[in-house]
Design a protein around this ligand. Structure first.
Ligand code: FE
Length: 183
């Protein structure tokens, strides 16, 4: 009975083999399976370590264009910057959470918003591990850190190290990349 079950599991016919050969075949099968599992795991990890983080939401640019206004698309999908002091949330003082305009992912709390005088909504912290991703941005010869939505990869703004306590960080975020949800 055991032999029949084993041959079914490993897809091999053990019926005509001696006990010693069966044992050897089992060992080889297990080694082969372990090898394939390990190889599969290694391949899965590769994209995350070699390139920037892959967004969890992937849409075609045509789909984003249909969903967003022209300015939102330019900022969120083409890494543009809105003109300073033009955004809806620059002097916003209500209590609540700012979510990604493209996908609704919670990004910043009003508790961490501060008056920076830059003309863009500024925060000294984000909401947590799955809110934003920080990516090196060397465009225009500047050495800046870009802030993206962790979930959809859309561009939000940049983070600088001249912010207030307790973090010393300043997340300089485009208003059009955000949507406010009142508490
Ligand atoms: Fe998003």
């Amino acid at each position: 009975q055991t032999k029949v079950i084993n041959s079914h599991i490993y897809g091999m016919n053990f019926a005509n083999l001696k006990p010693k050969q069966i044992k050897m075949n089992k060992i080889i099968s297990i080694c082969l399976m372990s090898f394939f599992v390990l190889t599969a795991c290694a391949q899965e990890e590769k994209p995350n370590t070699e390139t920037s983080r892959k967004p969890n939401i992937e849409k075609t640019e045509a789909e984003w264009k249909a969903q967003l206004t022209e300015l939102e698309y330019e900022v969120l999908r083409e890494e543009g910057t809105e003109k300073p002091f033009t955004g809806e949330y620059v002097d916003w003082k209500k209590e609540g959470v700012f979510v990604c305009k493209a996908c609704g992912n919670p990004l910043f709390s009003s508790d961490t918003k501060f008056k920076s005088g830059t003309g863009w909504p500024s925060f000294f912290d984000h909401l947590g591990d799955s809110s934003v991703a920080e990516v090196a941005d060397n465009s225009y010869g500047w050495n800046r850190t870009e802030v993206e939505c962790w979930r959809c990869g859309s561009h939000l703004g940049h983070v600088f190290e001249d912010g207030p306590d307790p973090t010393g960080l300043r997340y300089c975020i485009n208003s059009v990349s955000l949507e406010f949800q009142e508490k």
